[in-house]
Structure formats: structure tokens, C-alpha cells
Design a binder for this molecule. Structure first.
Ligand SMILES: [Zn+2]
Length: 343
């Protein structure tokens, strides 16, 4: 039972009359403002106009007379009894419930966020693992020629030193699990300083500055194992796909839009300027740490060179293995802890 004020038009004349309406879920009883009974109509013979925002609502009575009212709540309540227009009831219900609208928007934002945070990386992983080996070679070669053009110069390390380090690298590569083929390349780069990065095909680049900075071969072992893990986990392509976003990823999964050229062009920027995600860095450090503990019993030499790289990158504004590999303090701590767990 509820009451609301309305204006009654009898359908015969244009005269309007202020009335009070009372409804009990079955009948509308209409009285004048003085309390005199005017008429009663069965609710299921009435027609309510569809709602349009907050505009005035009209209830048509069975004989063509009509009631106009501004009381939205009262009409909404009447509509609850109106089984002939359940759809309109829903529309109006949604429209008039701002809380629900805001809640739906929040839900939508959450869905989009969830897709970006989890969906895209997942799709990127799938896309990265669906890139065939031959294409990975082409992509890597293109990226390398871009890097050579933009950042790298011919190495100036003495040949015997190169041979010595390469044979040490091959030894580590031979001990690595998996079937990836690794090759070590040397480059000089005043621009990017002491640095190392991996191409998806398994080519790993080190700069002369990094080699000079290493105080022992053991220090390089951690760097090599770390870069090899990036290759094994396909981190390079996964980052490129993640950065490129969903369209790039979907076209890689289902179509032929992604070419070796576009991937080869995106890779150098990712490697030198943007870097991997922290998650990928952690994964690569974990793999390197495990390897070092397994083979040498300690992660200490790797931690030492990371520390030195961090100190140096503080003075140097050029991107380095450290500045593109953030959180060096945490990384060192994690490697230390790994040692405790493994011993
Ligand atoms: Zn890394």
C-alpha cells in the first residue's frame, strides 16, 4: 500500500485535477485533494509509459483517462506489479540505480585491468612460443644489425682473451639444461657501457667494458647463465609482445601480420632502452643462481659483479645491464638467500 500525488485528466476534457492516488498492488484508488472519492481502477488494466530518465510519468487508466506524476519511486513500485512490461522494469531499475551503474563501471575497469595484467602476458607467452625457430633467427639477425648500427662497434679485445672467454662461455652453455644453441658475440659500445644482452636466437652479446670489469671468469659465469635463462624462457619475444599490446599479439597468434621486420625493429628498443620486467629478471637470476650453486657452490662472484655494475651505472647515465635491470639490492639479497636455501 502506498500513496502519491498526481494530476488526473479524465480523457474527455483538458481539465486537470490534483488528486491523491492510493494503490494496494491490485487497485488504484483516486481521491480529490479534499479527500472525496473519485474513482478506482484495476491495476492490471492500466498502462504505464516507459521511463525516460527523470521525466514525468504517465499512467493510462483503462477508460483512456490518465494520471501524471513526478513521483518516480511510486511509479517504480507500481511497475513491480506490472507483469506486461518486465523488460522496461529492468531498464528503469538500472537507470534509476546509480549505485549499480557505478558498480558495473568499476567491474568493467577491473576486467580491463585484469586483462592487461594477466591476459596480455598470457597471450604474449603463447605468441612467443609459437614463433618458429627459423623466424627467431631472422628476427634476431635483424635486431642485431639494428643494434650494430645504433649502439655497437667492433670489439677491441685482444684475440686470445676473446678465445679464452668464448671457450668458458661454451663450457657453461654445455652445462645448461635445454636444447638451445648459444653463441657469444663481443662488441665495443661507449654508448651502453658495461652490458650484456641476449637475442631470442641464443646469441648473447657482451660489451668490452663488461669483460674488462670482470675480475674473474667466475664473475662472468653468472652474467652468462642469466642471459641464457632469458633465451630459454623466451623473455625477449615475450617482452616485445607484451609491450606491443593485444593487437600485435593476437595477429601473431592467428595471422600473418607480424613480420620478422616489425619484430626485429621492436627488439633493440626493448633490449637497450626498456628492459625486461622485474619478473623476468627474477626468473633469470633464479636460473643463474641455481646454476652457480650447482657448479661452483656459491653466487658470490655474480653478486660482486652486479654490485660493481650498480655502482658504475650510478655515475653513468647510459643504459646498462643494471639500469635496465632494476632493484639490484633486492637481486643481490635474493641470490644470497637462494644460497642459504640450497645449502
Ligand atoms: Zn636480465
Amino acid at each position: 500500500m502506498s500513496r502519491f500525488a498526481a494530476t488526473l485528466f479524465d480523457g474527455k476534457s483538458s481539465a486537470a485535477r490534483a488528486v491523491n492516488v492510493e494503490q494496494d498492488g491490485k487497485t488504484l484508488s483516486i481521491c480529490g485533494s479534499d479527500g472525496d472519492f473519485i474513482r478506482a481502477d484495476p491495476l492490471d488494466g492500466c498502462r504505464i509509459t516507459p521511463p525516460l530518465g527523470k521525466t514525468r510519468r504517465t499512467i493510462y487508466l483503462p477508460d483512456g483517462a490518465r494520471l501524471d506524476t513526478d513521483n518516480q519511486d511510486a511509479v517504480a513500485e507500481l511497475e513491480l506489479y506490472d507483469t506486461k512490461h518486465p523488460g522496461m522494469k529492468l531498464v528503469h531499475g538500472l537507470e534509476s540505480r546509480w549505485g549499480l551503474v557505478v558498480f558495473s563501471l568499476a567491474g568493467l575497469v577491473l576486467c580491463v585491468w585484469f586483462f592487461i595484467a594477466y591476459g596480455i602476458p598470457l597471450l604474449a607467452d603463447k605468441a612467443a612460443s609459437s614463433v618458429p625457430t627459423a623466424m627467431m633467427e631472422t628476427v634476431s639477425d635483424r635486431a642485431l644489425s639494428q643494434l650494430d648500427k645504433r649502439f655497437l662497434e667492433k670489439t677491441e679485445l685482444p684475440k686470445p682473451r676473446i678465445a679464452e672467454i668464448r671457450s668458458y662461455f661454451n663450457e657453461i652453455a654445455g652445462n645448461m639444461k635445454g636444447d638451445r644453441h648459444f653463441r657469444l658475440l663481443f662488441r665495443k659500445s661507449p654508448q651502453i657501457g658495461a652490458n650484456a644482452f641476449a637475442l631470442p636466437s641464443g646469441k648473447i652479446l657482451v660489451t668490452d667494458d663488461l669483460i674488462k670489469m670482470a675480475e674473474s671468469r667466475k664473475e662472468l659465469a653468472g652474467i652468462f647463465a642469466h642471459e641464457m635463462a632469458h633465451v630459454q624462457e623466451r623473455h625477449g619475444l615475450r617482452m616485445v609482445f607484451q609491450n606491443a599490446g593485444v593487437f600485435f599479439v593476437i595477429s601473431a597468434l592467428f595471422g600473418d601480420v607480424v613480420s620478422a621486420t616489425s619484430l626485429g625493429a621492436a627488439l633493440p628498443t626493448m633490449l637497450v632502452e626498456r628492459g625486461y620486467s622485474r619478473q623476468f629478471e627474477r626468473q633469470a637470476d633464479l636460473a643463474a643462481g641455481k646454476y652457480l650453486i650447482r657448479r661452483m657452490g656459491s653466487t658470490k662472484p655474480y653478486r660482486r659483479i652486479l654490485q660493481r655494475l650498480a655502482e658504475k651505472s650510478g655515475r653513468n647515465s647510459a643504459p646498462s645491464m643494471i639500469s635496465t635491470h632494476p632493484g639490484v639490492k633486492n637481486r643481490i639479497l635474493r641470490l644470497k638467500n637462494l644460497e642459504k636455501i640450497r645449502k
